[in-house]
Design a protein around this ligand. Sequence first.
Ligand SMILES: [Zn+2]
Length: 232
Amino acid sequence: MKKRILVVGVGGLGCPASLALAEAGVENLGLMDPDKVEPSNLHRQILYSEKDLGRLKVEAAADYLKNHYSRCKTALIPEALGAQNAEKILSEYDLVIDGLDRLEKKFFLNDWCVNLGKPYVHAGVVKFEGQVLPVLPGKTACLRCLIPKIPPPFAMPTCQEAGVLGSFSQAIGYLQAHEALRLAEGQGPFRLWKVDAQKREARSITPQRNPNCEACGKGKVGAETPQPLCAS
Ligand SMILES: [Zn+2]
């Protein structure tokens, strides 16, 4: 596939998503993450092994993908997504994967993708619950349509803080990649997946756009120039 896909956050979701995209034949994959591999990452971030401890995640991930799928070319971006680099980096890709850990960062990415008209796939996991939302800006509901007000910073625990089984976050990451491939091919309908590993339930619903959404509706902020609604 010629589409250029950017994975923002190469952790519990970004690792399996990157792997699935490379397996599927994506030839241009951007890997964006400023962090280094830590021991606590190893049980769920499947591109890393003990020999990678202390290395930049993007370098270790790129090595793994290069060794297994030589057709997949990776661009390494060892930076955090912020107001200073978001437009330049996101503009270079056709589609974006949200592999970020904190909810406030996910809103930040949502707002930039919506402002730039960039298709992207949100995913999140907390304990036994996971969700995946493909977003076609201006056409389907965005993350802010679902959650109008961003919770205060650090209000929601990350995977690492709340605890999550590696097998479950990997399943959600693969589902995220599956939806990204469908989105890249324009294969709708684009629905919100909700998965509950404890109840053993998976369902998909069509999320409704919020006409007053501050990212993609009448309440849009910064329609002319990208103006994220929250800080990085
Ligand atoms: Zn919206």
